[in-house]
Design a binder for this molecule. Structure first.
Ligand code: FES
Length: 121
């Protein structure tokens, strides 16, 4: 699956612990920063398809889903706590010389395996 980098936001606009949602080439994702490190992660929980941002929380190296509280590691997307939910998809990113965060998303649209039907709650 080929992918392309897209400019998303100025790096200086991502505050510590903030979760900023975007849609990039039809892929919903959020950018966050913890201990100075930026993460680009799909904005859809693998449990029941809730959006993680806005409403989720970033702390201690993980993001917590606002709907039922599942936590996922920022570095790997792995679900914590033994629930067995699938890991979150992570996106490669880079910072340009002029301070933009550029995120690589697949050129193809996301499929149902990436964006399950949203929970009816
Ligand atoms: S939808 Fe995220 S924990 Fe249930």
């Amino acid at each position: 699956m080929s992918e392309t980098y897209h400019r998303v936001v100025q790096a200086s606009d991502i505050e510590e612990k903030a979760m900023l949602p975007f849609v990039v080439n039809r892929w919903p994702l959020f950018l966050c920063r913890e201990e100075g490190i930026v993460h680009a992660i799909i904005n859809r929980c693998t449990h029941a398809a809730a959006e993680l941002a806005p409403g989720g929380k970033v702390r201690r190296g993980s993001v917590m889903c606002p709907l039922h509280g599942a936590r996922f590691k920022l570095e790997s997307g792995e679900c914590l706590g033994g629930t067995g939910y699938k890991p979150l998809k992570l996106f490669p990113w880079r910072e340009s010389d002029d301070g933009w965060i550029e995120v690589a998303v697949p050129d193809e649209a996301p499929g149902m395996e990436h964006l399950p039907v949203k929970a009816l709650v």
